[in-house]
Design a protein around this ligand. Structure first.
Ligand SMILES: Cc1ncc(COP(=O)(O)O)c(C=O)c1O
Length: 398
C-alpha cells in the first residue's frame, strides 16, 4: 500500500486544488469509526459531511448495493428500460414522503436536485425569480450557486442565472415583501446547514407555506442536509406539518452512495413534459439500491428515535459546556443530530478541529466558528459522549 505521504502528494499533484484537506488518509471505516492507513482510529462526528446516516459500511447498505452490483450496474438503454430496483426506490420514497408529494426524480447529487427544482419552477410558472435566504446553501452548479448566498460561491462565476433575491433567513415577512410579478418560488432549508446550523423561529415554514399559497408561488424546501432523518423525523418539514410543492433530497438518502432526489406534488408534475429532464445515471440501479436499503433501515423508527435521543444528549452536554465556558462558546443550537456549537472567535475554529483530530475525533467547522456535530443517526451514547468530551477539552485548550 502507498504510504500516507505518497497518497497526499499524489492527490495534491493531480486533484484540483480546491480543498483545504487535513492529513488523515482513510483506509477503512465501520459505523462511526474510521481508520487511517497507519491503523490509527478516529471517531467520525461528521458522518462523511452529513451523509452516512446508518454509519459507514452498514451491512444492509453493503448487502443491497452488492446484490445489485452483480445483477445489473446500468440498465440497457438507461431510462428507456425499467428496473425493479428503481421502481422500488421511487415507490418507497413517495410513500415515505408527505402525502401530497407523489412523484420523484432521482439525481446523482444534491446540487442536481436543486437544478431540477429551478427548471421545474420555471416550467410550471413561466417565471424566473427565486427568493432565497442569506446564509442559504443549495449547491455549486451554476443555477444552484446563483441562489446560494455566500459571495465566494457566486461572484467569481458571473454572469449568474438571473432571478435570485436574498432575504434574511427566518423572516417570512421579508420573503413576502420580496415577491414580485416575476417570482416563481421561494427556496429555503428547514435548518441551514452550511450557513452555520441556523434554526428558524417556530412557525417559519408554515408562514412561508401560507404566503406561497396566497401569492401563487411555489415553496421549495431544500432538505438535502435535513432530510432522511437528520433532524429526528424523516423530513424536517414534518416538524411544522408543512408540505412543500417541491422537496430536494441528497446526502443521507444514499447513506454514502451518491444520489439525490426531487419530489413534487401532482400539480407540479402535471406541468412536466416528456423530454423536459433526464440524465444518464438518473435512478441508476446501484443508487436505487442504496435508497432502498436506507429507507428500509429507517422504516421502523428505531434509528430516528436514536437520532432524537442522541441529539438531546449532545445539546445538553454542549449547553453545559457553554455555561461553564461562556467566554469561549457563544451558542449551542440545532435539531436532531444536526447540531452547531458556535465559538466566540472564528480564529480558533480550525484550531479546535485540529485538536479534536489529534485526539482521534473528526469534527466539522461551518463558517469558521461553528463546530458542526452531525454524526451517523445510529451512533451510541458512549461514542457520542466521548466525542463531546474531546470537543470540550479542545475548546478549553484553544
Ligand atoms: C442544503 C444543501 N443543499 C445542497 C447541497 C449540495 O449537495 P451536493 O454537495 O450533493 O451537490 C448541500 C451540500 O452540502 C446542502 O447542504
Amino acid at each position: 500500500m502507498a504510504s500516507a505521504a505518497d497518497v497526499i502528494a499524489q492527490t495534491e499533484n493531480a486533484f484540483f486544488p480546491v480543498f483545504t484537506r487535513h492529513d488523515v488518509v482513510v483506509d477503512r471505516a465501520d459505523g462511526w469509526r474510521v481508520w487511517d492507513t497507519d491503523g490509527r482510529e478516529y471517531l467520525d462526528l461528521t458522518s462523511g459531511w452529513g451523509v452516512t446516516c446508518l454509519g459507514h459500511c452498514h451491512p444492509a447498505l453493503v448487502e443491497g448495493i452488492s446484490r445489485q452490483l452483480t445483477r445489473c450496474l446500468q440498465a440497457p438503454n438507461c431510462n428507456l428500460s425499467y428496473t425493479p430496483i428503481q421502481a422500488e426506490a421511487v415507490d418507497r420514497l413517495v410513500k415515505a414522503a408527505p402525502a401530497a408529494l407523489t412523484r420523484a426524480f432521482l439525481t446523482n447529487s444534491g446540487t442536481e436536485a436543486t437544478e431540477s427544482a429551478i427548471k421545474l419552477v420555471r416550467r410550471a410558472t413561466g417565471r424566473t425569480g427565486m427568493i432565497a435566504t442569506h446564509g442559504g446553501f443549495h449547491g455549486r452548479t451554476l443555477g444552484a450557486a446563483s441562489i446560494t448566498s455566500g459571495e465566494g460561491y457566486r461572484v467569481p462565476f458571473g454572469p449568474l442565472v438571473p432571478g435570485a433575491k436574498f432575504v434574511p433567513f427566518g423572516d417570512a415577512a421579508a420573503a413576502e415583501s420580496a415577491i414580485d410579478g416575476d417570482t416563481g418560488g421561494i427556496i429555503v432549508e428547514p435548518v441551514q446547514g452550511e450557513g452555520g446550523v441556523n434554526v428558524p423561529p417556530d412557525g417559519y415554514l408554515a408562514a412561508l407555506r401560507e404566503i406561497a399559497d396566497r401569492r401563487g408561488v411555489f415553496l421549495v424546501l431544500d432538505e438535502i442536509q435535513t432530510g432522511i432523518g437528520r433532524t429526528g423525523p424523516l423530513f424536517a418539514c414534518e416538524r411544522e406539518d408543512v408540505t412543500p410543492d417541491i422537496m430536494l433530497l441528497g446526502k443521507c438518502l444514499g447513506g454514502g452512495f451518491p444520489v439525490g432526489a426531487v419530489l413534487v406534488t401532482e400539480a407540479v408534475s402535471d406541468t412536466i413534459q416528456k423530454g423536459d429532464h433526464g440524465g444518464t445515471y438518473a435512478g441508476n440501479p446501484l443508487a436505487s439500491a442504496a435508497v432502498v436499503a436506507v429507507l428500509s433501515e429507517l422504516e421502523d423508527g428505531t434509528v430516528l428515535a436514536n437520532c432524537r435521543a442522541m441529539g438531546e444528549l449532545a445539546r445538553d452536554r454542549l449547553t453545559t459546556m457553554q455555561r461553564q465556558d461562556p467566554g469561549k462558546v457563544a451558542d449551542v443550537r440545532g435539531v436532531g443530530l444536526l447540531i452547531g456549537c458556535e465559538l466566540r472567535s472564528a480564529e480558533v475554529g480550525s484550531e479546535v478541529a485540529g485538536r479534536c483530530r489529534a485526539a482521534g475525533v473528526l469534527v466539522n467547522v461551518a463558517q469558521q466558528r461553528v463546530l458542526r456535530v452531525f454524526p451517523c443517526l445510529n451512533i451510541d451514547a458512549d461514542a457520542l459522549t466521548h466525542g463531546l468530551d474531546v470537543i470540550g477539552e479542545a475548546v478549553r485548550a484553544a
